[in-house]
Ligand binder design. Structure first.
Ligand code: IVH
Length: 675
């Protein structure tokens, strides 16, 4: 028996360690299959000896019982809220600093107050209670005095440690925010849409709903994340002197703490942080509704104290809201590149998520019906990150007099071809193919795109005119355009016409991957096009590949393989390819067997930052990817190299903190040249 006890403890220790590497550090040390093997070994051991099961066992993350209701929990230390500064300009930060200085009775010439500045995560506040390092309870904020016990659900969140690392205090209550990442939210809604189920409004509501589920199995289906930002009750721990030190200590215990935080000096430091994070907001993987400033020294926090239910030492400084109400003036139907008909909301212009929005997607007719949206309604518009703005719901009470329900047209609004819907599918499509001017326009724009043939200056205004005037009907006709023809278009100066002709000529020298992507084959995005080019090495081999041969390509499944096969089976697609080649479009092809190029950086992750002396960002990325490396947007422990040019910023700093090797352009070239 003592043997099993030790073995179980050792398995738990290993599993905790690897879960932390995977979920918090984003740097797994063992393959998933090995983790599963350890996990199953522990499960088997616990099944044989149920008395070995402990509340912090990783096996306890899943499969808890379904509850009848949530149990109230009285917080040992009330969970307060913070005052909100709604002036989204620099004045908001300045007002807070002035207030703090006044409350501390600092003379005008006293040095700047030091603050900890962090993000205001848009989720749900949570209290995690650890006793002797073991998670014993998770509770929602509730009314601040009494929340609800949600331990069963919180255990399903891989990022939340069931046991703290290092020397844990006797009691440590960690406060933070549960949230859902935007990509997890989009994927969840995508799945709902495919099933024809109701979609969720925003990541915050979804996270809040998931946390309060009675069945932990449902919560486990809604991927949640967590950031720690404060403390509740503490026993047996000498607190650090500062809030920033506290966050560092919490990260040391293995808790997820957001890296986008600074120690700022005075109002100027706060203003700079507010601006920097505002600029970064859309690029963050999660929603924030502002930033939070906290007086950094805990001694000063004590001195400032509380005003009824809010600390005087903290404030939330908002950003423009990502959801707004506006009037739905009309519903138009747009035809995309693949013929998909999308109902688009025409809105009374509204400022949301930092820009003015007057169009928003309604996705498809089924979703539109489920949301019950009609012309004249007051609707909720959401714009967050680089996701296109969408109508997520409507205000029920404000329906005007009778308005007929929206119907998808039976004929394409652009070319009048019949509209079809695949059996069981959610999408309506125009059957006109490239006969449809809308599809033709989108196909041309896609072909000209930066990641495709990269024809600079061929934007939607020009494409509209070229297609509407019947000058360009197919892709190859682009290459017959001369300066005279282009200069005759509206608002086209001779100079721009000459530039466009030069750009068209330059685009003829391309790569196989870009060309394949540019063709706009359904299901074939940039990454798949790269895989296909690498695998087949030549266009002819790709065009003649059978479904079975296509399935051999990395990441190509049956749906993608079939889409490619069907594309090249159509004689007019082959004709387009031949005419493009005849027009002079060319790329280097590898002869002989596929995929023979050496890929010395396979499996490596590289981050680019700053401006390199001779290579553009795009060129460096292409070279790295050709050598097999993955180019990532942010630095983590998983990053193998950071390539830094001039004016490199926080990514370089992060690399230095994490000890990731940093290369300049010469170093990059040496790396690419291989050993
Ligand atoms: S500190 C006593 N820090 O915003 C101070 N709150 O009213 C307690 N929030 O309910 C809050 N990010 O859910 C703090 N970095 C952050 C936060 C944060 C989000 C939420 C929290 C709280 C509300 C403030």
């Amino acid at each position: 028996m003592p043997e099993s006890v030790d073995r179980a403890a050792e398995l738990r220790r290993q599993l905790h360690h690897h879960a932390h590497c995977y979920h918090v550090l984003d740097a797994p040390q063992i393959p998933d299959a090995e983790y599963d093997r350890l996990f199953q070994a522990l499960q088997a051991l616990e099944a044989a000896h149920p008395e070995l099961r402990t509340p912090d066992s990783p096996t306890q993350r899943v499969g808890g019982p379904v509850l009848d209701g949530l149990v109230p929990v009285r917080h040992a230390v009330p969970m307060l809220s913070i005052q909100t500064e709604t002036d989204t300009t620099a004045a908001g930060a300045e007002a807070f600093d002035a207030r703090v200085r006044r409350e501390l009775a600092l003379p005008d010439d006293a040095p700047a107050v030091e603050y900890a500045a962090e993000l205001k995560f848009d989720g749900l506040a949570l209290n995690l209670r650890y006793e002797d390092g073991v998670l014993v309870q998770a509770a929602t904020r509730g009314d601040g005095e009494t929340g609800e016990d949600v331990t069963h659900n919180i255990r399903t969140i891989g990022q939340i440690p069931l046991r703290l690392q290092g020397h844990a205090p006797a009691v440590l209550e960690v406060r933070g925010e549960v949230y859902m990442r935007r990509d997890a939210f989009e994927r969840l809604n995508e799945r709902q849409r495919e099933k024809g189920d109701k979609t969720f409004i925003n990541p915050r509501n979804t996270a809040a709903g998931a946390v309060r589920q009675l069945d932990p199995a449902v919560t486990a289906q809604r991927p949640l994340s967590f950031f720690a930002y404060g403390l509740g009750e503490v026993q047996g721990w000498a607190l650090p002197d500062t809030h920033s030190g506290l966050l560092d200590a919490m990260a040391g215990f293995g808790l997820p703490v957001c890296a986008d935080r600074v120690v700022a000096q005075g109002a100027a430091g706060l203003v700079a942080f507010h601006a920097a994070m505002g600029a970064k907001r859309d690029a963050l993987p999660f929603d924030i509704d502002g930033v939070v400033y906290k007086v950094n020294a805990l001694a000063l926090q004590r001195q400032l104290g509380f005003k009824t239910r809010e600390p005087r030492w903290a404030v939330a400084h908002k950003y423009p809201a990502q959801e707004q109400l506006t009037r739905l003036n009309d519903i138009e139907v747009q035809v995309g590149r693949t013929g998909k008909l999308t109902p688009v909301a025409k809105l009374a212009p509204v400022f949301v998520g930092g820009t003015t929005v007057s169009n928003a997607t309604l996705h498809n007719v089924f979703e539109l019906r489920r949301k019950g949206v009609r012309v004249g309604d007051t609707v909720i518009v959401r714009r967050a990150g680089d996701v296109i703005p969408e109508v997520v719901g409507r205000i029920v009470a404000e329906r005007p007099a009778y308005v007929p329900n929206f119907r998808m047209p039976r004929a394409c609004p652009v070319c009048a071809s019949p509209v079809r819907r695949e059996r069981g599918g959610m999408d309506h499509r125009c059957t006109g193919g490239l006969f449809c001017p809308a599809q033709r326009k989108q196909a041309l724009l896609h072909f000209a795109g930066r990641r495709a043939m990269d024809i600079e200056g061929l934007g939607d205004k020009i494409v509209d005119q070229l297609v509407d005037a019947g000058i360009v009907r197919t892709l190859p006709e682009l290459y017959t355009l001369g300066v005279a023809k282009l200069a005759a278009l509206e608002r086209m100066a001779d100079k721009s016409a000459a530039n466009l002709v030069a750009a068209l000529a330059a685009s003829k020298a391309t790569t196989l991957a870009r060309f394949v992507y540019a063709l706009g084959i359904r299901q074939v995005g940039e990454a798949t096009a790269k895989d296909l080019a690498r695998h087949f090495g030549s266009l002819d081999r790709l065009m003649d590949a059978s479904v079975e041969q296509l399935l051999e390509v990395n990441d190509v499944g049956p749906i993608v393989a079939l889409a490619i096969r069907q594309f090249f089976e159509q004689p007019h697609h082959r004709e387009i390819v031949e005419r493009l080649r005849a027009a002079g479009v060319h790329w280097p092809e590898s002869d002989g067997t596929a995929d023979t190029t050496p890929r010395p950086l396979l499996g490596m992750t590289v981050v680019l930052t700053g401006t390199l002396p001779t290579l553009s960002r795009e060129e460096a990325k292409e070279m790295l990817e050709a050598a097999g490396a993955k180019v990532a947007g942010s630095v983590s422990k998983k990053t193998n190299y950071v390539v830094a040019g001039s004016e490199a910023g926080s990514k370089l700093e992060k690399a230095q903190t994490l000890g990731v090797p940093v290369l300049d352009e010469a170093g990059l070239r040496a790396l690419l040249a291989g050993p």
